[in-house]
Design a protein. Sequence first.
Length: 211
Amino acid sequence: MIAVVDLKISNLASVLQALHRVGAADCEFASPANVERAEAIVLPGVGAFGDGMASLREQDLVGPIKAAAAAGKPVFGICLGMQLLARSSTEFGDHEGLGLVGGAVRRLEPAQRGDRVPNIGWCDVTPARPGVLFPDGAGGCFYHVHSYHFVPEDSRVVAASIRFGGADVAVAIESGNLFGVQFHAEKSQDDGLQVLSNFLRHARARRGGAA
């Protein structure tokens, strides 16, 4: 069973449809009771960081998600969900995140003609190396909608990036059993579905005891 977190601030229909298309027919909305028995946790979301964390606290999900992550359960954040894995964010004030991956969420800094905040549209994504989300090291084109981005403390967790403001900006992370993408995989057509499928395959291999 895949536990999908409903932050109550986004429409989950497209995420659930995408998960079903890649073979995750057994999805349930996350609760303190079912997070522990889930084979993986998917944390999607749009909106502000503070609102996302407030929703997790109101649903009593912060502790269960942290415990599941500590136990090695695969966790996959999408857009705001990836940002919530960080220690903190400066979006509309200072906010504490889940703290599962070292790093902070900062506002995008435009530095070149054509840079726009929010960054909305299709961006070419370049993997840092072969991994779970991009096993063959090949990138793709993915749909982004964001004004903030994850700045990791350890560059080795960066799984893929885009060019923005004359610099490489992390848009995918992998840190042990923790994964995240800044782009909307569920809205990124075949490339996005492939990333979701790769994560699901990894989660099921872990459940089955595969390497």
